[in-house]
Design a protein around this ligand. Structure first.
Ligand code: ATP
Ligand code: PLP
Ligand code: MG
Ligand code: NA
Ligand code: MG
Length: 387
């Protein structure tokens, strides 16, 4: 049986994020992938330079109209990435700062020494960067070494920078998903509801209610990180019990499958691990509902990868397709693929960078093509615990 995915994500000429990170692995697994490129950039925004174009809500509508006129608007899945809503990844502005100042990048999950930089946002993202640099250089340079930043953008000012957007693109995606669901009530919408990470916002505040009230309610599978799960539910996660409650709240908002892809919860396997949690609500044949919850710990790699969130969502789509009521297996397969790709990527990056040197964004591009066999048939190296 043919299975067709409409994937609305970023495209980059060089490297692997968005559609570049999702299409190849899905195709390798036998899915038909129809892609709409929400942006077309030279490369991801973690490089020193990037250039390109952004698709508007109207242009998205035109592409969808074309599909519809030919009566080929039948999909089994819709997949959208982080960047349908925005954004200049503020995390990456931070990386640029660190690079310029020769300071180490904040480690994923590091919340120590928060620093607030208020940015004067101009219409050009290059200016944004310059402002960030000069506000740090204007006296607070020493704080840079304390790692981890909160960069605050002032509401509407952020909408014009780089490729940040207003809410119309996101709303158009919701309209399309709703229409496609009317045509196929079994359609599954997989959404990475990206709002931010590690206490800092990626997207302007005006998008939060859209995610909360419009996007999440039509989503069937969501992959927030801890911060996003907290923002969407208004509840903090400090224990596993909190996380379970948050995932229950997220189910109540719509999605039957929730995976919190990373959290600050203490790992049982030691501090070099990363804790993820998942929850799936299943309708039993007798009409009752059952919820399966799992926990999985994966070894943390000391590098910042880009495009991993997009690969994760694509692989979760594929493996929940094969195991629709077995979240444990679907997650073990998904996290095992992640592990294989990340290990191959980091080994290559270190080899390219040479001893003692931190790999560059270009050297850290995911080793996607090289991982074809692992994607098709991943050896299970990650085991999930049923809670
Ligand atoms: P979002 O994309 O919504 O910010 P996230 O922060 O959880 O969510 P990523 O940081 O891209 O997304 O992580 C997605 C998955 O990739 C994680 O669940 C993990 O399996 C893997 N991953 C990403 N970075 C690392 C890392 N440094 N070490 C080990 N695994 C990683
Ligand atoms: N799309 C674009 C255009 C990006 O610049 C980036 C990251 O810089 C991404 C997608 C990747 O996001 P993630 O690492 O969350 O998958
Ligand atoms: Mg992240
Ligand atoms: Na995520
Ligand atoms: Mg992401």
């Amino acid at each position: 049986m043919e299975c067709r995915v409409l994937s609305i994500q970023s495209h980059v000429v060089r490297g692997y994020v968005g559609n570049k990170s999702a299409s190849f692995p899905l195709q390798v697994m036998g899915f038909e992938v129809d892609s709409i490129n929400s942006v077309q950039f030279s490369n991801h925004t973690g490089y020193s330079h990037w250039k390109g174009q952004v698709l508007t809500a109207d242009e998205l509508h035109v592409l969808y109209e074309g599909i519809k006129l030919n009566n080929v608007n039948h999909y089994d899945y819709v997949l959208t990435d982080s960047h349908i809503s925005s954004s200049v990844q503020l995390e990456q502005c931070t990386w640029a700062l660190c690079e310029t100042l020769e300071a180490p990048r904040p480690a994923p999950g590091d919340r120590r020494g928060h620093m607030v930089i208020e940015l004067q946002v101009s219409h050009e993202h290059r200016r944004l960067r310059c402002c960030a640099l000069s506000s740090v250089l204007a006296g607070e340079t020493s704080l840079v070494h304390e790692l981890s930043f909160i960069i605050t953008l002032r509401g509407e000012e952020s909408t014009e920078m780089g490729y940040t957007r207003d809410t119309s693109f996101l709303e158009m995606v919701v309209d399309i998903v709703q229409e496609l669901k009317r045509a196929n009530p079994n359609l599954v919408y997989v959404c990475d509801p990206v709002l931010g990470d590690h206490g800092s916002m990626y997207v302007p505040q005006n998008l939060h209610p859209v995610y909360k009230n419009k996007v999440v309610p039509v989503a069937d599978i969501i992959t927030p990180n801890q911060f996003e799960a907290e923002l969407l539910t208004g509840k903090n996660i400090s224990t596993e019990k909190d996380a379970v409650e948050v995932m229950d709240l997220l189910h109540k908002m719509g999605p039957d499958t929730v995976v919190i892809t990373s959290s600050d919860l203490p790992p049982r396997l030691g501090d070099r691990f990363l804790v993820s949690l998942g929850s799936q609500r299943i309708l039993m044949p007798d009409g009752t509902r059952k919820t399966q919850r799992i926990r999985i710990e994966v070894p943390k790699v000391d590098a910042v990868f880009v495009g991993t969130g997009d690969l994760f969502a694509a692989m979760l789509l594929a493996w929940t397709h094969h195991y629709p009521t077995d979240l444990k297996t679907a997650c073990e397969k998904t996290f095992s693929v992640m592990h294989h790709v990340i290990q191959r990527t980091i080994s290559y990056a270190h080899e390219m960078a040479g001893p003692g040197r931190r790999p560059s964004p270009a050297q850290l591009e995911l080793r996607m093509v090289q991982s074809k066999a692992d994607i098709e048939d991943p050896a299970i190296v990650m085991e999930a615990t049923v809670l």
